[in-house]
Design a protein. Sequence first.
Length: 255
Amino acid sequence: MQRNFEIRARALGSRLMPDAAVNGVELCDSTTNLARHDPEASGTFQRVSEGVRTVDHEAAHLSKIDRIDPAAFALHERAVARDLEILGVPAANWPASIEDATGQPVLDVLVVGAGMNGIAAAGSLMFKGIRNIAVVERSRPGQEGPWLTFARMDTLRSPKTLTGPALGVPSLTFRAWYEAKYGLDDWEALYKIHNRTWVEYLSWLQKVLALPVSHGVAVEALEPAGSFIQAVLNEGGARRKILARRVILATGRAG
């Protein structure tokens, strides 16, 4: 087992930091290599065991908080509101209201999950004028998805230049949000997106798009109900049932 671990560690060190002197499990001998790729991570290393160093991304994240310009970010949010107004989104609701045989209202769409894909799905529906929707998320606010729960990496593997679930609106992209909050210099210095930063961005999208998200609500069952789908929801131990014409499962790879 130790031999296998050393081989994996040696290969990992060689791939990520080819200039480093990799010996056994010594993945990083100094901060120089990673600091070259991620300048804002420089100085945030700590020894966790003999010969192994890791990046304290939490410290790097907290250090950025002091650099936030509230006035600039408020200006950006006003620009987002202006962009959405000019585009005419979210559009006015156009599907006819539906009730079941007992007079119970029926959702047009129930979205299960309020992470990246749930935000994209709900936002797209609202942009198209399908606004009789609900988004349910079993986790607490800020705990959606894997990033702050079971993710093994502290950063996203994707390049920072991916737009995120911006729905085709430039001011909703991750880059626009990041530059407005932390500044252009920080954007240029950023190598990989920290998980906590990504979650903050997604939480902001939920807010700025006014998505109808209910946290702490789990879906226990989906059952056919005539021409509709009945969802059994559990909110803090209290069960209730709702009807929907369509259901989108945006629960991620883990389900």
